[in-house]
Design a protein around this ligand. Structure first.
Ligand SMILES: *[C@@H]1O[C@H](CO)[C@@H](O)[C@H](O)[C@H]1NC(C)=O
Length: 217
């Protein structure tokens, strides 16, 4: 009992001797719990996004995305098309083993159900592509938008799975230059080729929502 008190006292003293700045930035950086990561993994597999969009999935961070008035929450349905017109805010937690200040990530928003889930001949439709994103605690991050946001316009009654994917960028990352992601040419985006060409690692996190004409008003 006394020994424990001593330990606690020692821990308090050593924490106090750490410069305040580094203590604050460390405590401000959230990590996903193992329960959250298991939930995330199961949600993506249950939605058959493996193998429809990605070959496998073992998340190491949590992705939070939201539109004004509604959060993206692992397959929840958006019933108001108007709601997904503005660009969503996207953030993610840090990853154990990777310094959040020194690791950059690429974010995709993709639709593997274009123009409809039964015959998705336009898959994957690229709605957004951002490089050099960092975990939510890095307030100085300078994201680069490589393909600007195009809001969903589902043409089928059946809902589409609009999916956010986060990949870790390697050191000295250069985004693949030659792939076509110009406005108006967003269909048939080849995610696997892009990931391979850029040496992207992951996906390390994902989230998705559903939206289709039957639900939308
Ligand atoms: C992350 O992105 C920023 C902004 O483009 C860049 O200045 C920095 O060098 C990148 N860091 C790494 C580790 O790639």
């Amino acid at each position: 009992m006394h020994f424990l008190h001593l330990l606690v006292a020692a821990a308090t003293v050593s924490a106090a001797s750490v410069p305040e700045q580094s203590l604050r930035s460390r405590t401000a950086c959230p990590y996903a719990t193992s329960a959250e990561l298991a939930f995330e993994r199961n949600a993506i597999y249950a939605a058959k996004l493996v193998p429809d969009l990605i070959p496998s999935f073992k998340p190491t961070l949590r992705v939070d995305a939201s539109y004004p008035g509604q959060k993206v929450n692992y397959g929840n349905t958006f019933t108001t098309l108007r709601r997904t017109v503005p660009e969503p805010t996207i953030s993610f937690t840090a990853e154990l083993g990777y310094d959040p200040a020194k690791t950059n990530y690429t974010i995709f928003l993709l639709d593997p159900d274009a123009p409809n889930p039964t015959t998705p001949i336009l898959k994957d439709y690229l709605h957004l592509l951002i490089s050099d994103a960092q975990p939510v605690c890095i307030t100085t991050q300078k994201r680069k938008t490589l393909a600007s946001y195009m809001s969903p316009t589902p043409l089928s009654v059946a809902p589409h799975r609009y999916t956010f994917l986060v990949y870790r960028q390697p050191k000295n990352y250069v985004p693949p230059p030659s792939l076509n992601y110009a406005p108006g040419a967003r269909n048939n985006f080849d995610l696997a080729a892009y990931v391979k060409q850029g040496g992207l690692q992951g996906p390390v996190g994902a989230n998705y929502y559903r939206e289709g004409l039957a639900q939308a008003a």
